[in-house]
Design a protein around this ligand. Structure first.
Ligand code: SF4
Length: 344
């Protein structure tokens, strides 16, 4: 069977044309899938019954099942999605007061980057997700929305390093951004990356105006390599140079994310090193107080320390925001739900 969500705007029209079915039928199917949130071909009632049956025989819409689903009081919902080979990834729907409906997607099973403070990297990389598997997360979360709710933002910040799987990710995001797909503006799609310069250069070449959020977490190579081992091969200067090139090519301001770990990277000298690295750049620094994970030795800094760090950056001319992660009560830190389920 063909996975329909793997490049649906290419496979479906070809399949229909080979059978002499008018091209507009492809549009009907994708409208049902992406806009009317259909779960199966049998719901696509404006298609002839014979065509629905043929489509159901040739195509699988879903290759995944939902292994767990949690909902917090603030409306955040988290899904553990089981793939056809039994592997599991997680994805999250976040609701906020401004009627933003944001989904957070995974791009890989596990992750090869091994960041020191992240549960997803503990078991290494298992495999890349296909484009269809990434799109399935999006559609499953969309199905949780009420009739008056609409997906508004995508953050690619779940399990995996997005720039290590651009072949899977970019076709899925192209569907999400397309008016015939989910119609989510590319400007509302954020890729959160440890910063692989080769991947950043590819994004710049392809010219897609997604928002790039680079996890920096330290401004000097010794500490950054300790926190993000993949920094060893590149170094922080090369990374920042790649983001400069991305800004030049796309005009999009890059965000630098900085998870604050008490006593590790939240000292005065760390703030000053960050200022030295980024001053003069059209960048935004997002400070994220660490979200505790049972197995990891790091602690969350006190709110006075967070405020002091933010103030030091702001006084030096950097644009700074402090962001507390939502979803703590349902294990929404990257990788935690998957680990917890594996260990029960
Ligand atoms: S923080 Fe992201 S890149 Fe680092 S190990 Fe976790 S999933 Fe991978």
């Amino acid at each position: 069977m063909i996975h329909l969500l793997d490049r649906p705007f290419e496979t479906l029209p070809t399949w229909l044309a080979e059978r002499g079915v008018p091209a507009y039928r492809a549009g009907q199917v994708t409208t049902w899938l992406f806009k009317r949130r259909a779960d199966g071909f049998d719901e696509m009632t404006d298609l002839p019954q014979t065509l629905r049956a043929e489509l159901a025989e040739a195509f699988a819409i879903w290759t995944t099942t939902v292994a767990a689903h949690q909902r917090a009081d603030d409306g955040t919902e988290k899904m553990l999605v089981e793939l056809a080979d039994g592997q599991r990834v997680e994805c999250v729907l976040l609701r906020d007061d401004r009627h933003h409906r944001t989904v957070c997607l995974s791009t890989q099973v596990g992750c090869a980057m091994g960041c020191a403070f992240c549960a997803s990297g503990m078991d290494g990389l298992v495999r890349n997700l296909t484009s269809g598997e990434i799109l399935e997360q999006l559609l499953r979360l969309q199905q949780l929305l009420g009739p008056d709710e609409r997906l508004s933002h995508i953050v690619v910040m779940g399990m995996g390093e997005p720039l290590a799987n651009l072949d899977g990710l970019l076709p899925a995001l192209a569907v999400a951004a397309s008016p015939e797909g989910l119609g989510i503006s590319a400007r509302r799609i954020t890729l959160s990356t440890v910063g692989l310069p080769g991947g950043i250069e590819r994004l710049a070449r392809e010219g897609v105006p997604y928002h790039l959020a680079v996890s920096l977490h330290a401004a000097d190579d010794r500490l950054r390599t300790e926190l993000i081992p993949s920094n060893r091969g590149t170094g922080v200067r090369a990374l920042v140079a790649a983001t400069d090139a991305y800004f030049e090519a796309t005009g999009r301001r890059v965000t630098f994310e900085y998870v604050l770990l008490a006593g590790v990277n939240d000292r005065v000298e760390d703030a000053d090193a960050l200022v030295g690295l980024l001053r003069g750049r059209p960048a935004l620094v997002n400070l994220i107080p660490f979200n505790p994970v049972d197995e990891l030795p790091y602690r969350t800094p006190g709110s006075a320390d967070v405020a002091r760090f933010a103030d030091r950056l702001a006084r030096s001319g950097l644009t700074v925001k402090t962001r507390y992660r939502k979803g703590d009560r349902i294990d929404a830190a990257c990788g935690q739900l998957r680990r917890r389920r594996q260990s029960t």
